[in-house]
Design a protein around this ligand. Structure first.
Ligand code: CU
Length: 314
């Protein structure tokens, strides 16, 4: 029956340590429920049994009861030790990735996740992993504190700027699982979700090779720009079809007149687009907040590709 209740209230069990986490969770819940029930029954029973029955009913003075004192010290102590031992063992499991774990770098940005694979392939908001193999995530934030959370895996780890944190997991099979940012990080926090795709290891290898080949092909600038628009997370804030977002839509942006919070205006030519990408804080569009991360780390070619791409969105 407990199993059935757990399936109703907990996310699905999709990693090797999820069942253990649920076991401890259930133990604490059931133990608490039993204790609560016992105390409630005792309170009701005692209030009836020892209620004041007549005017001269006097409460006896009881100073000490060794058996009782020992019982209510030792029983909770044992319970706490069980919870501690069980939790500590689980914690050690979660902090110790197997040495053969497949390593993926994770970069948290406001408000998207970037994943970098050992061969240089990068994805945004889509984490592909080989099913049934240990995967280690080496995580860092580009700006504020975020937190990486996959409920189905029972994996949750803060991601900090200027320092690596680690998480690992091994899926029980193939499947799709949602990733949340679970540290409030700004206006786009609620949109900072992503997906894990656990696929067969052979399929994963093929996918990785294919992505690598795609990124090596000589593509027209605008097509490269479209890829960067996805990979660099621009898509999370800028739409292509005029729909509103955290940032202005790219539709019809090129050569349009822009208005800024400092009262000036400018035509969105290539130079303006370049400045907006490498130094977004310089001019802020009316109606928007200064939250776009700087992309000064992109190469000149990459910035040019993005501009060529934006030019084509009419
Ligand atoms: Cu976040």
């Amino acid at each position: 029956m407990l199993e059935t209740i757990n399936r109703l209230i907990l996310p699905q069990v999709s990693s090797t340590f999820a069942a253990d986490v649920d076991g401890l969770f259930t133990f604490i819940n059931v133990a608490s429920a039993i204790i609560l029930l016992g105390i409630t029954v005792a309170i009701i029973y005692f209030s009836i049994k020892y209620r004041r029955k007549s005017e001269d009913d006097v409460t006896p003075v009881i100073r000490y009861n060794t058996t009782l004192e020992l019982t209510w010290t030792i029983v909770p102590f044992i319970l706490i030790l069980i919870v501690f031992g069980w939790g500590f063992r689980g914690y050690i499991d979660m902090r110790t990735p197997p040495s053969n774990a497949y390593e993926i770098y994770v970069t948290a940005n406001s408000f998207f996740w970037q994943f970098t694979y050992p061969n240089g392939v990068q994805t945004t908001d889509e984490l592909y992993v080989p099913a049934g193999r240990p995967v280690k995530l080496i995580m860092q934030s580009r700006d504020v504190i975020h937190s990486f959370f996959v409920p189905d895996f029972r994996v949750k780890q803060d991601v900090l700027p200027g320092r690596y944190t680690m998480a690992w997991f091994q899926t029980l099979g193939t499947g799709e699982h949602i990733i949340f940012c679970t540290e409030y990080c700004g206006t786009g926090h609620s949109q900072m979700d992503a997906m894990v795709y656990a696929i067969e290891p052979e399929e994963f290898d093929a996918w990785l090779r294919e992505q690598r080949e795609l990124s090596e092909q000589e593509l027209p600038l605008a097509v490269l720009g479209r890829n960067l628009y996805q990979q660099q997370g621009c898509a999370g804030c800028h739409s292509l079809d005029g729909s509103p977002g955290i940032g202005p839509t790219f539709q019809g942006l090129y050569m349009n007149e822009r208005q800024f919070t400092n009262g000036t205006t400018r035509i969105a030519d290539a130079e303006y687009l370049r400045e907006s990408i490498v130094n977004p804080a310089a001019l802020i569009n009316v109606g928007y907040n200064n939250i776009m991360p700087s992309y000064a780390h992109l190469s000149d070619d990459q910035v040019a590709a993005l501009i060529e791409f934006i030019k084509e969105i009419e």
